[in-house]
Design a protein around this ligand. Structure first.
Ligand SMILES: *Cc1c(COP(=O)(O)O)cnc(C)c1O
Length: 238
């Protein structure tokens, strides 16, 4: 396969994004921290592995099948003997949880009680506790998964007692237009829930911001930005 990816370009892209985030933090959130996730969909594993040279330690996977076909080729060591953290960020069907329960350090896309129950069941069976984020459809778009802000607190209360999973925060994909407005709403929602101190629920991670809106997302309190095209270039249509 012919490759259009260049190590130098990906490195420059990473530097620019990382500098932007640093500047935004020092302007608006002095002392804050943001982790850059490399979103790997359609990117060949040998190209994904470059990002570990730059200091990225977190990967985001959208599709179970694609992940399973690439996983053996991903680097097992990001530099200090530690494997990359891999988070699942795509829509997850309940019947596919079994393929990733031992592979991911977090599932960011929990949007139903049924999905949570299956994660809980399998995590307990595998003797582990899975970190999860609840996905919020902050723009109320039909095309997107995630719970509405109104459904969020009831869902969190159902998840709180589950022993096989631990809610660590929220994730969202705002509508591409007006994303600034929706990022602001997400920040409010996150802070409101944090202030409620729901027992068994941690509000530590706010995963939002992609290539087109990561700087605004950081301004609005994001702790994880998920970057695909901004790092690797435009995805081939397939
Ligand atoms: C593809 C994807 C991203 C990255 O999008 P880019 O615009 O390529 O940076 C982030 N989050 C999710 C859930 C995605 O599916």
């Amino acid at each position: 396969m012919e490759s259009n990816y260049s190590y130098e370009t990906v490195r420059e892209n990473y530097r620019r994004i990382s500098d932007d985030i640093g500047e935004t933090l020092s302007k608006y959130r002095s002392g804050g921290r943001v982790e850059i996730m490399a979103v790997t969909k359609t990117v060949p594993p040998e190209v994904v592995n470059w990002v570990f040279d730059f200091g990225i330690k977190l990967m985001g996977e959208n599709r179970v099948q694609e992940y399973l076909s690439k996983k053996d080729l991903y680097a097992k060591d990001t530099g200090n003997g530690t494997p990359p953290d891999i988070h699942f960020i795509g829509h997850l069907q309940t019947n596919k949880v079994k393929y990733i329960i031992d592979e991911m350090t977090m599932i960011q896309s929990v949007d139903s009680i049924r999905l949570a129950q299956e994660i809980n069941r399998l995590a307990i069976a595998h003797n582990k506790v899975m970190d999860v984020l609840c996905e919020v459809n902050i723009g109320g778009e039909d095309s997107k998964s995630g719970v509405s802000p109104d459904e969020l607190i009831p869902l969190l209360k159902q998840l709180a007692p589950m022993e096989g999973l631990r809610v660590r925060g929220l994730m969202t994909i705002p509508p591409p237009s007006d994303s600034d407005v929706f990022l602001g709403r997400m920040e409010e929602l996150f802070n409101e829930i944090k202030d409620r101190k729901i027992e068994g629920i941690a509000m530590e991670q706010l995963s939002m911001g992609m290539t087109h809106d990561y700087a605004e997302a950081v301004r609005h309190g994001s702790t994880i930005v998920r970057i695909g095209t901004g790092l690797f270039g435009a995805r081939s249509s397939k």
